[in-house]
Design a protein around this ligand. Structure first.
Ligand code: FES
Length: 106
């Protein structure tokens, strides 16, 4: 299990224990974190799982593939630390990862 913290646009925090091997998006859904929807089920085709990775933690997350980068170009409120959370697999190296959810996800 790996501890992940989600922070909603209003500052509400959700600290959850994530199962290694699943995605940051699926973990949010499993723990009923508002703002991460995951309409496409994680197939990198909807961008409803958009969130910001804490810049201090970004180096621990594998970089986005071309399809994720392309989809993010059409997302709202994109920042340099934006990621599609369905494309980030949980592993022990992500212990303490913090994810902020854009206001446009609500
Ligand atoms: S859940 Fe659709 S792109 Fe991530």
């Amino acid at each position: 299990m790996t501890r992940i913290t989600y922070i909603e646009h209003d500052g509400t925090r959700h600290e959850v224990n994530a199962e290694d091997g699943t995605s940051v998006m699926q973990t949010a859904l499993d723990n009923m974190v508002p703002g991460i929807v995951g309409d496409c089920g994680g197939s990198c085709s909807c961008a409803t799982c958009h969130a910001y990775i804490d810049p201090d933690h970004l180096a621990r997350v594998s970089p986005p593939e071309a399809d994720e980068r392309h989809l993010l170009e059409g997302a709202l409120d994109v920042e340099p630390c934006s990621r599609l959370t369905c494309q980030i697999r949980i592993h022990p190296g992500l212990e303490g990862l913090t994810v902020r959810i854009p206001v446009s996800q609500y």
